[in-house]
Design a protein around this ligand. Structure first.
Ligand SMILES: [Zn+2]
Ligand SMILES: [Zn+2]
Length: 269
């Protein structure tokens, strides 16, 4: 199996550090064969809201230009892919789809972080302590997966960051997400940044074992994602552990994704 990673941020999102080139250098050093950049996508918010955690729309060109330079510079050592990590905001999806086509991205991943249009107070990693918000998270994951735009669902078990006990509603949420993953053929990500958070917090946040046991039962496919917010994230060495964890849950690990899903036909929907 090739070592690959499609979940990489850059300092343009205002909460990650290091240059794009440093991420590439660290990934090469750690033996990655494919590296995808998937920084938090810019949006054209209807009310001109300026998000503090993502690049501005005008900054995208800088991101793309530097990506193209690095892709050429390091082409003998690593395959680079251009992507974004994207929410599911129903009212903005037409714009988003046009944007990814015009900018000729290789892929987008589904990072479902915010309830409806984001504000600082709607982070699913905390508000899913509330039952209604966990239901909303689950349903928006499913609705997003149905769009057939995303190559995979990032940190599907983000709701366990809220520190709720893994109760009946968590079982329901996990089973719904696992079923949708199989039905719509969207792999689930085993997130190494989450493993790191869990280690620092000395408690399981995400990936959460009960979630992944369910994913194994439903025969979901998983991709390992570094979710790098600093170049050193590649040096933490969780990749092997992640692979072993997933094998123990009976989850098949894949090392490639489908690109430009928006070009596929919807025959099987
Ligand atoms: Zn981030
Ligand atoms: Zn991310």
């Amino acid at each position: 199996m090739k070592k690959v990673n499609f979940h990489t941020h850059t300092s343009l999102c205002n909460h990650a550090s290091g240059t794009m080139e440093e991420y590439v250098i660290h990934a090469i050093k750690q033996g990655y064969k494919v590296l995808g950049f998937s920084d938090h996508s810019p949006w054209k918010f209807e009310d001109h809201y300026v998000s503090p955690i993502r690049m501005k729309l005008y900054e995208f060109e800088k991101y793309k230009k530097e990506f193209i330079r690095l892709k050429e510079k390091y082409k003998e050592e690593i395959v680079l892919k251009l992507g974004l990590e994207v929410e599911y905001f129903p009212s903005l999806m037409d714009w988003l789809k046009q944007f990814v086509v015009e900018e000729d991205l290789d892929y987008i991943i589904f990072g479902n972080h915010y309830h409806q249009i984001e504000t600082r107070s709607t982070y699913y990693g905390s508000i899913t302590k509330d039952d209604e918000m966990l239901k909303a998270y689950t349903l928006s994951c499913i609705e997003g997966m149905k769009t057939n735009l995303y190559s995979y669902l990032a940190h599907p078990d983000l709701f366990m960051r809220s520190h709720r006990p893994f109760d009946d509603l968590c079982y329901w949420a996990s089973e719904e997400i696992a079923q949708a993953s199989v039905k719509y053929n969207i792999p689930l990500e085993y997130n190494l940044e989450g493993l790191h958070y869990s280690k620092i917090a000395s408690r399981q946040e995400y990936p959460y074992d009960s979630f992944w046991k369910i994913a194994g039962r439903y025969k979901c496919k998983a991709i390992i994602g570094v979710d790098a917010h600093c170049p050193e994230a590649f040096d933490r060495g969780y990749y092997e552990q992640a692979y072993q964890d997933l094998s123990s849950y009976g989850v098949e690990v894949i090392d490639d994704i489908e690109y430009r899903k928006w070009e596929q036909k919807y025959e099987n929907r």
